[in-house]
Design a protein. Structure first.
Length: 342
């Protein structure tokens, strides 16, 4: 079956669809670094680089397409951003709808942040978007999926607008439920890579970790704001929180190497207990050297990219490509559900 990929980024969603048996014949991406990464790893796909609105006709020239899939930029809808409907990027969901209308595939999958799928603030744009798809001849389902429910070691909820040609009203929820599986822990995924600086884990982050002057405490030591910036510590025996596209500096998640590799008591948990009990900075003046930022290799693996995947661009751009991606295994699940439905 043939597919077109939109807002392709580094190609995380493409990996999932290819694993499910789809041939991605054409793709579009605006960012030059992400485009270079895509070309490096998906050489058989015709990539149209630049603004999608400049390539609608090129993409629409591909015939007999089974699926159009992609994740339009979410900054206008993200709770991590300003949630601004006037952000020009908010209009790109309708560019996705334009391409669907021009190609009329048998199905489409549009991924975005959970907020677009559930918040009242965006109810009107949801109605307009679904109406556009229905006018083009599709029955539309909205599924909120969490990556951790499908074998991905990351708590990452996303909205998936899925359309099937009118006449096929099959409820896809049981298909997703049947594909749920436990996710491994960070320890199980990261440790086999080797320690930071080793051959398979060489792309380290140099952003320093320091104590927050005014820490924001939450019930969990892995929430709140204990350190500078917005990079939160990760629990090796749990799952990562959502990996943001803003990684690379002090928003990069934090790992306790002694806890991870030597199973020693967590410094983060001890510090959190100290603060919760009313303790001040006594005994905790500095962050120990074994607390460090998540590496590029680790972040890519937590998103499901193969270890052999080649990323292009400076480290900050690579972190962005990884954070912007749809986890490959979640994409694989979605693609498998679509394949079965078709």
């Amino acid at each position: 079956m043939k597919a077109i990929s939109l807002f392709s980024g580094a190609g995380g969603m493409d990996i999932g669809f290819e694993r499910a048996g789809f041939e991605v014949v054409a793709a579009n991406e605006l960012d030059p670094h992400a485009s270079a990464t895509f070309r490096e790893n998906h050489s058989k796909t015709k990539l149209f680089e630049g603004d999608i609105n400049d390539h609608i006709s090129n993409l629409a020239s591909f015939k007999d397409i089974d699926v159009v899939f992609g994740g339009p930029p979410c900054q206008g809808f993200s709770v991590a951003g300003k949630m601004n409907l006037d952000d020009p990027r908010s209009e790109l969901v309708f560019s996705f709808a334009d391409l669907v209308d021009r190609t009329l595939p048998r199905a489409f999958v549009m991924e975005n942040v959970k907020a677009l799928g559930v918040l009242m603030k965006f109810s009107e744009i949801r109605k307009q978007l679904i109406a556009r798809f229905q006018k083009s001849g599709y029955s539309v389902q909205l599924h909120i999926l969490n990556s951790k429910d499908f074998g991905v070691p990351q708590v990452r909820e996303r909205a998936f607008f899925i359309g099937l040609r009118t006449g096929d009203h099959k409820n896809l929820t049981p298909e997703f439920v049947s594909r749920m599986k436990p996710a491994p822990t960070l320890r199980e995924v990261i440790v086999p890579l080797g320690k930071p600086g080793s051959p398979k884990n060489s792309k380290i982050c140099n952003a320093k970790v320091t104590l927050a002057i005014k820490p924001v405490l939450r019930k969990s030591p892995y929430a709140g704001m204990l350190f500078n910036g917005q990079g939160r510590p990760l629990n090796p025996d749990g799952w990562a929180s959502t990996l943001p596209a803003s990684m690379g500096g002090n928003r990069t998640p934090i790992i306790d190497d002694y806890h991870l590799y030597q199973n020693k008591p967590s410094w983060v948990e001890n510090y959190h207990r100290h603060l919760i009990s009313g303790g001040k900075s006594k005994g905790f003046h500095h962050v120990p050297s074994y607390l460090r930022r998540l590496t590029i290799n680790e972040a890519a693996l937590l998103q499901g990219f193969p270890e052999s995947y080649i990323f292009c661009g400076p480290n900050s751009k690579i972190y962005s490509q990884i954070g912007n991606a749809v986890p490959c295994e979640l994409a694989h699940v979605v693609a498998s559900v679509i394949s079965a439905a078709l």
